[in-house]
Design a protein around this ligand. Structure first.
Ligand SMILES: [Zn+2]
Length: 671
């Protein structure tokens, strides 16, 4: 196991150089192999301890290196790191295949599994045994020698293709800039957007303003720019990423990914890739997922169509003489929202200074769970923007390290995510606490202003912080079952439930303080934010469902893909389409979640978890949103338990009953 000479064994980012990764991987793989060889050659009867537990522990050293490397590849990458990723991915795939495809090792695992009822294991041990056995089977252990060879080839291809997809997307996102030199083209944009664009231009040694395809630049442009031609240009650039017939085009990558995934599923005896994936999810099978998506689509479409008509009528009133196109939607929606609720980003941002929001988000964990956070500048970080905290439990004991990484950079993927540099686990009587990182892409501070967040960014912060609580409060024995290592359609419950607090006056009131005057947000503005909760919620629901439907279409293919990527996508998403058709754009070529991010046949999980989070939060509403007993029960039954039991069992223990869809429909104003 790796020992770092740092406080808390934190990753020594300041000392790690790209050339260190390969030797570290090689050493960790060699160490793991030695441990596995020992398991295989052990004399006597295979037991839970000498086989299942030993196997679990054999991978911890390598896991550590993988976490450091792949997190850096997402948050602070460069050509050198990307090349190492290309080189190391097939090596890792081969290594993991060597484990699951090893007959003598599988024979031992199977022996323990077959005797499971007589072993007197506790719940977590039983789960580890079951998961280990299933993971062998699901990774080809039962295949014939020829099929095993093909399985190896398919998984190696897939690991390279998904990496390629991500690299292409980052490349295309970074390659685009819209340089504007005439101020008239900025009409409609609030000052904060112009300032950030001027700063972006300056950083590129340009005069004027530069807009990019990164969220804090792209989104406000689409929302506010009066110049319709420019909105269309930006929209097309964003939505044609990796769809430009160049060396970064992802169409062929997608075709190969879906075909290889289908082949993989077929090899393992499943009809489609979704059948294979969903067997290990709360939803269980594609029929259930498709039925679920359809039920929500039926509930959302009438509202979405009404909203579309309303925004169209409002646009006409403002002089629009055209049917709304995709690049018009957020622009006119924002104007209508402003008229109905007098609430714009520019009005609320001064009240959401990043530091205040951060204090409010961390403070929520203090209020609910008694956690405290103390900044620690002795912990090495991988970029000067990153800040490290020590986190303590209510009784003062050390809980975790927490890294906060807020602003966009060239080497950082878009979006927001939470990740671990070390997973929680217990070994030899010691509880090893996790190292957690939140990676976000918030509006950067400008020369004249601190970082001021939009309301959506406040929600994003809460969301990702919710994932980190899941990891932070983990109280498990085995890494592979700890923290967020749960079913994909359950993992968004701890994150999404946190967003509910952004809709509670009592909490918003605490975090919204004017960054200059120190005054609280005016009551009326606060009420307007809350009242606008369900503005265009039908549309938002349909949009989210359309992603899930697109994902399911790709992964329920029963035969190899023969049609072109855009044609397939258009037909898959037809039932969710509200706008006139546009050529030259493609959602899938930029859909990293499902083609490189582990959400394949899993995007529906966001909606699935919304059902859970609305249902779970209704208990907080009933008992009080800061009720300690409810929080304690959520912590004990869900947050601390990781994947040590089936999610539905954990959920029922917290909620006292199965979840129902009603709280979600009511909360969204759809019922
Ligand atoms: Zn999430």
């Amino acid at each position: 196991m790796i020992e770092f000479n740092t406080p808390f064994q934190a990753v020594p980012f300041d000392k790690i150089k790209p050339e260190h990764y390969k030797p570290a991987f090689e050493a960790a793989i060699a160490e793991a192999k030695t441990k596995i060889d020992k398991i295989i050659s052990a004399k006597g009867k295979p037991t839970f301890k000498n086989t299942i537990e030993a196997l679990e522990h054999s991978g911890y050293g390598l896991k550590r290196i993988e976490e450091v490397f792949f997190n850096i590849n997402s948050a602070e990458t460069n050509k050198e790191i990307q090349q190492i990723a290309q080189d190391i991915s097939p090596v890792l795939t081969a290594y993991y295949n060597d484990i699951t495809l090893n007959d003598s090792l599988f024979a031992k695992v199977k022996k323990v599994y077959d005797n499971r009822t007589s072993l007197k294991l506790d719940t977590e041990q039983q789960k580890l045994l079951e998961d280990t056995y299933k993971s062998f089977v699901r990774n080809g252990a039962n295949l014939s020698p020829e099929a095993k060879e093909e399985y190896r080839k398919v998984t190696e291809e897939l690991s390279m293709l998904t990496l390629k997809f991500e690299e292409n997307l980052l490349g295309e996102t970074n390659a685009y800039q819209k340089h504007i030199t005439s101020e008239t083209d900025l009409a409609g944009l609030p000052d904060f957007v112009k300032e950030a664009a001027a700063l972006e231009a300056k950083s590129r040694n340009l005069t004027g303003w530069v807009f990019t395809l990164k969220a804090p630049s792209y989104q406000p442009f689409m929302k506010y720019a009066d110049n319709r031609k420019l909105r269309e240009e930006m929209f097309r650039a964003y939505n044609a990423r990796c769809f430009n017939d160049n060396d970064k085009d992802n169409q062929e990558v997608i075709r190969r990914i879906v075909n290889y995934r289908l082949r993989l599923a077929n090899l393992l005896g499943y009809k489609t890739f979704a059948d294979f994936v969903l067997e290990e999810r709360m939803a269980q099978n594609p029929q259930k997922v498709n039925g679920f998506l359809q039920e929500l689509l039926d509930a959302s479409l009438p509202a979405a169509k009404k909203e579309y008509a309303e925004v169209q009528a409002y646009a006409n009133k403002l002089g629009a003489r055209f049917p709304l196109e995709r690049w018009d939607w957020t622009y006119y929606s924002e104007k209508l929202k402003n008229e109905k609720f007098s609430f714009t980003d520019e009005m609320v941002k001064p009240y959401f200074k990043l530091e205040n929001v951060e204090a409010g988000v961390l403070g929520l964990a203090t209020r609910l769970y008694g956690l405290t956070f103390s900044p620690d500048t002795t912990i090495p970080v991988y970029h000067p923007d990153v800040r490290a905290y020590q986190v303590f439990d209510a009784d003062g004991s050390f809980l975790s390290l927490l890294y906060l990484d807020f602003f966009p950079r060239e080497g950082k993927q878009g979006g927001a995510w939470m990740t671990n540099y070390l997973d929680q686990y217990k070994l030899n009587g010691k509880d090893n606490r996790p190292h957690i990182s939140l990676v976000l892409n918030f509006t950067k501070p400008t020369e004249s202003k601190p970082s001021l967040l939009t309301y959506d960014e406040v929600r994003t912060f809460l969301h990702e912080f919710g994932h980190s609580l899941h990891s932070m409060l983990s109280n498990c024995t085995y890494q592979s079952l700890a923290g967020t290592n749960v079913y994909r359609d359950f993992v968004e419950l701890p994150s999404q439930i946190m967003e509910n607090w952004a809709e509670q006056k009592e909490w918003l009131d605490i975090v919204s303080v004017h960054y200059e005057t120190g005054e609280k947000m005016p009551e009326e503005l606060l009420n307007n934010i809350l009242a606008s909760r369900n503005f265009n919620s039908g549309y938002a629901s349909v949009r989210q469902l359309s992603f899930g439907i697109n994902d399911m279409a790709w992964h329920t293919l029963p035969d190899s893909l023969t049609v072109a990527v855009p044609a397939f996508e258009t037909s898959a998403m037809a039932a969710t389409e509200l706008f006139p058709e546009v050529s030259g754009i493609c959602l899938s070529t930029g859909f990293a979640h499902i083609f490189s991010g582990g959400y394949a046949a899993g995007y529906y999980g966001y909606k699935w978890a919304e059902v859970l989070d609305a249902d779970a939060f209704s208990l907080f509403k009933q008992n009080g949103i800061f009720d300690k007993a409810t929080a304690q029960s959520f912590r004990e039954n869900i947050l601390s338990r990781g994947g040590t039991e089936k999610p539905i069992e954990l959920y029922k223990r917290f909620r006292g009953q199965e979840p129902t869809i009603d709280p979600l429909l009511i909360r969204s104003g759809l019922r």
